[in-house]
Design a protein around this ligand. Structure first.
Ligand code: ADP
Length: 243
């Protein structure tokens, strides 16, 4: 057993209470050549999402006649972790690309763009646990920035169990030495599009973790919405339309 104490007098190692997210920073439209893009920091995680499309599918045999296909590539830079990571895809990045695509696909109106593809690239520049959730948040905003029609945004964060306590948004040390980690993604109307779990939780702890993660996602949703409104209220014609 590890003897470390991660929560003392209700305060975590980085000064947060059990129900607090790490500080968040988001910036929309950071890449000139992408149709939509977003840079996001969630604590020490730094990710960038770029969206291209809808555009022609290559190779052609991947085309779907009645909808757009979505491709999502999650990639961790070799310098994003403490010890240099071997570049290129691995099992983990294939898994994270798949679950992240599935987290966003339900909100994208793919039937508007038959025979085309929407490509989403997520590059992790710095990792500190929670990169899949940061990637989904950034990708959701980048899709909106690209003008892709969507039912809603998707917001994502994790809850975990550390020192026997359910906490919001575990950072690296809490994730490494904690007893559970449960990332979720959710729409503002409450549709869960991602639910994963490492470790073990009792039923009650699972309910608590779910409530906490949902609350975290609601906070993130407000930030996503705010940065998009701020970005687009810069353009007079949109401002004139009112809301
Ligand atoms: P997530 O980043 O979504 O929480 P994981 O739970 O798989 O995904 O990873 C937790 C953290 O572990 C990552 O954010 C990163 O800080 C670290 N990590 C993941 N893969 C590697 C790796 N190949 N080398 C070093 N650290 C890694």
């Amino acid at each position: 057993m590890d003897e470390r104490v991660f929560i003392k007098d209700g305060i975590r190692l980085d000064g947060r209470r059990f129900d607090e997210l790490r500080p968040i920073k988001m910036e929309v439209g950071v890449l000139k050549r992408a149709d939509g893009s977003c840079y996001m920091e969630m604590g020490d995680n730094k990710v960038i999402a770029a969206v291209y499309g809808p555009r022609e599918v290559h190779p052609r045999h991947l085309q779907e006649v009645n909808r757009a296909i979505i491709r999502y590539r999650y990639n961790m830079a070799s310098f994003s972790v403490e010890e240099r990571r071997r570049p290129g895809p691995d099992r983990r990045s294939y898994e994270l690309s798949k679950v992240s695509r599935e987290a966003l696909e339900p909100v994208i109106l793919t039937s508007y763009f038959p025979k085309s593809v929407i490509d989403i690239f997520v590059e992790v520049l710095q990792a500190d646990a929670g990169t899949r959730t940061a990637g989904i948040n950034a990708a959701s905003v980048a899709l909106a920035d690209a003008g892709i029609p969507m039912r809603s945004l998707v917001s994502s964060c994790a809850a975990g169990k550390v020192d026997g306590q359910i906490v919001l948004d575990p950072m690296k040390d809490e994730d490494n030495f904690g007893q559970a980690d449960m990332p979720i993604a959710i729409t503002p109307t409450g549709e869960i599009t991602l639910l994963q779990m490492d470790g073990i939780l009792t039923r009650d702890e699972f309910r608590q973790a779910m409530e906490l993660a949902k609350k975290g996602c609601q906070e993130i949703y407000k930030i996503q919405r705010r940065v998009l409104i701020e970005r687009y209220s810069q353009f007079e014609d949109l401002q004139d339309e009112g809301s």
